[in-house]
Design a protein. Structure first.
Length: 308
């Protein structure tokens, strides 16, 4: 199974008593945020190859380089779930390197299983993506109880017809062929904003982030109605006063599918509220068996050293 940053933009799939990774728990989520309002369920009934020439590829809004810290916590679990509790923190940084977007995500989670076992998971994802959406570098490392369990490193490129993801670690990993109109994480976040500003409601695209063996996921996005007022931020009331949050936003529901899956069922879903400047106010990831939320606890602007 598979799943990235916002939008970068996430990261783990759990099986008790151990951890089996399924993608990026907060990858696309990292740059997004949640609004648990009544959002209709996203269905995987649209081809990800959307070749409409009128499609807005970027948002007119200006992305705000920023560093955000989210408080992670389990919000619900079904009866008989193997997961008793999840808690931790995630640091997400979206920087402007002039010719590209530099994204860092550091995730620390503590899992408590129904049988009584516990595990500490640390995940670091560092990426760079050219602003034209054609080149992408990734470096991913995960540890469980202090022991390295996964490591991925490589580059990817796209052209007019297709692309390729090339892994340098692991060395025996075969290249991943990328169909036409595949996106990298930051480009996907910008496309969501562009479609939101254009009033579009639903689209599906393949996104490559290199965060696991498969490297890519098909992501269906449902875009809700635009909101103006920023909601209160529960983890830290002072954060709500940050001028970076004085932005219009859209509630977004994302459904993540294994590429070319024929089941029609998503691996997991995510709700979030994405601001016009690319900042996620909060997020909630639904794995079916249990759900995890991320609430904004700290937010600061990064220096803007480039003029777009």
């Amino acid at each position: 199974m598979k799943v990235f940053s916002y939008i970068v933009l996430a990261v783990l799939f759990l099986s008790a008593p151990g951890l089996a990774k399924a993608g990026a728990l907060l990858r696309v989520s990292e740059q997004r945020a949640v609004d648990g309002s009544a959002m209709q369920k996203v269905v995987h009934n649209e081809p990800f190859l959307d070749n409409k020439k009128t499609e807005p590829e970027t948002a007119t809004s200006v992305i705000a380089p920023h560093r955000a810290i989210y408080k992670m916590a389990m919000t619900s679990a079904k009866n008989g779930s193997s997961i008793a509790d999840v808690s931790g923190n995630m640091l997400f940084e979206w920087g402007d390197s002039c010719d590209g977007w530099a994204v860092q995500q550091h995730l620390q989670l503590h899992f408590v299983y129904a049988e009584g076992d516990e595990a500490d998971v640390n995940s670091t994802v560092i990426t760079w993506e050219s602003k034209d959406g054609k080149r992408y570098n990734f470096n991913v490392r995960r540890l469980t109880n202090g022991k390295e369990t996964e490591k991925y490193r490589g580059k990817a490129f796209l052209d007019e017809s297709n692309g390729r993801g090339v892994y340098t670690i692991p060395k025996d990993k075969k290249d991943v062929l990328l169909p036409a109109n595949t996106l990298f994480p930051s480009a996907h976040t910008l496309l969501i904003l562009g479609k939101a500003e254009a009033g579009e409601k639903l689209f599906t695209r393949r996104v490559f982030d290199g965060s696991d063996e498969e490297g890519a996921a098909d992501i269906s996005a449902f875009i809700g109605e635009k909101t103006i007022a920023a909601p209160s931020i529960g983890a830290n009331p002072e954060v709500g006063k940050n001028p970076l949050l004085a932005q219009p936003a859209w509630p977004i529901r994302l459904a993540f599918f294994t590429p070319d899956s024929e089941t029609g069922e998503p691996d997991y879903e995510m709700d979030l509220t994405l601001q016009a400047n690319g900042i996620a106010r909060s997020m909630q990831i639904d794995y079916g068996e249990f759900s995890v939320s991320g609430t904004l606890a700290e937010l600061q602007a990064l220096p803007e050293e480039c003029s777009n």
